[in-house]
Ligand binder design. Structure first.
Ligand code: IMO
Ligand code: MG
Length: 416
């Protein structure tokens, strides 16, 4: 039986998962999302086009690929249908290639309002969520109140919906909410392949089909091991692929861990290597570090190897993928965080108390100071960049197998 390979982000999201899934898809028959929802913004660039996916797996632009939205995902029918229409407008046959899990939970219009109300109540301690209703939707799932995609096929769906809606309105202290667009989108959703994804996936594996599981967000936003409470509400780690698709840990094969050559974070929460100076500004400007889902400017800082080693460990990463090296082309010096100081004590692990009190300890590397666009193989990369990569490999005990030097599919260097 073929194993499932997993692609996931090792930082705070926005590592470039969309691009890499799209680049790897020709090697796979199936791409499956296993957690998160429309809080994700996975960007794909080809030709002169660029496209941001929120719920649909990033394999959708490769003809013949089967794309599965797994049970671990939370789905907003409005956003999903908008996305599908936008992809169809590019001439892609989405209906044919997309399967949606019956067991995936639905995001209701009131979940978005609850998300906003929760943030407002937290005031200056707010998480800085994407406002898509993610937390409240997962809360209802765990509290056993949720509605699932399979429920829309039941004759009593509207009844069930109105019970949950009424409970939400009660919590919000409002009388009603306009949900006509949502109900319309639910109607359209009924026309898609709504499946028992765990069985579909198991049969595909038995038929020796290759499956790539696409993570959303990043390991440092994981509900258990991220910088809680400044995290998202799902299991973003490799283990999440098992429960989010309905497969056993023994069926997981390669684990591709994606990281940027530096770090970014959107929303609130600790970020030990954050830069508040012109270097941070340069990373944001050159790297176009503005949220693909919310447009918010991303906080930027140096690569944090303490955090990276932690997430490599938590995911069992077999292969690293390094993104956005080109953003640092002009830098004289590149700093890498190799340790922390917490309350004056040196520590070499990612602590429970990941607070603003952490002081990063840096090691400096000389920049490569050149354009990378003419590099087509690893040997052609400047020595300084290769030294930087070797250092990361030594520290993480994991090979860097793909290096991205630009947003386009073609700006990708594979290493054997
Ligand atoms: P992709 O898949 C970056 C962040 C939000 C916020 C926290 C909780 O594109 O990498 P939520 O709306 O999930 O309740 O917000 O998580 N966040 C992301 N940051 N990339 C993402 O997805 C994110 N999804 C959520 O900014 O800090
Ligand atoms: Mg994003």
């Amino acid at each position: 039986m073929k194993k499932i390979d997993v692609v996931l982000g090792l930082q705070w999201g926005d590592e470039g998962k969309g691009k890499i899934v799209d680049v790897l898809t020709p090697n796979y028959n199936v791409v499956a999302r296993f957690q998160g929802g429309p809080n994700a913004g996975h960007s794909i660039c080809f030709g002169n086009q660029s496209f941001v996916l929120h719920t649909v797996p990033s394999g959708i632009f490769r003809a013949g690929t089967c794309n599965i939205i797994g049970n671990g995902v939370v789905i907003d029918p409005i956003i999903l249908m908008q996305e599908i229409r936008a992809i169809e407008a590019l001439g892609v046959n989405v209906r044919e290639g997309l399967q949606i899990a019956k067991r995936a939970n639905l995001i209701l219009p009131t979940h978005r309002l609850l998300d906003a109300a929760s943030e407002q109540k937290k005031g200056e301690h707010k998480v800085g969520t994407t406002g898509k209703g993610i937390g409240p939707a997962y809360t209802d799932k765990i509290a056993r109140n949720g509605l699932r995609v399979g429920d829309i096929l039941r004759p009593d769906f509207l009844e069930r919906y109105h019970i949950l809606r009424a409970a939400h309105l009660d919590m919000l202290g409002i009388r009603s909410v306009d949900d006509s667009e949502w109900l319309n989108a639910v109607e359209q959703l009924r026309q898609f392949a709504i499946v028992d994804n765990e069985i579909v996936i198991h049969r595909l594996m038995e038929d020796d089909r290759s499956i790539l599981a696409e993570g959303a967000q990043g390991s440092l936003l994981d509900i258990d091991f991220g910088t809680y409470p400044f995290v998202t509400s799902s299991s973003t780690l490799c283990a999440g692929a098992c429960v989010g698709l309905g497969t056993a840990p023994c069926h997981i094969g390669q684990v591709f861990g994606i990281f940027k050559a530096y770090c970014t974070r959107v929303g609130a929460g600790p970020f030990p290597t954050e830069l508040f100076d012109s270097t941070g500004e340069t990373l944001r400007r050159v790297g176009h570090e503005f949220g693909a889902t919310t447009g918010r400017p991303r906080r930027c800082g140096w690569l944090d190897l303490v955090a990276l080693k932690y997430t490599v460990m938590m995911n069992g990463v077999t292969s690293l993928i390094m993104m956005k090296c080109d953003v640092m082309n002009e830098f004289d010096t590149i700093r890498v965080c190799v340790g922390y100081e917490l309350n004056g004590q040196p520590i070499d692990y990612f602590p429970f108390e990941a607070t603003d009190d952490i002081r990063p300890v840096y090691r400096d590397f000389p920049g490569w100071k050149c354009d990378l666009s003419d590099c087509h193989s690893y040997d052609q990369l400047p020595q300084q960049l290769r030294d930087y990569i070797t250092f990361i490999e030594t520290q993480t005990h994991t090979p860097v197998s793909i290096i991205s030097i630009g947003p386009d599919r073609n700006q990708t260097i594979f290493r054997n």
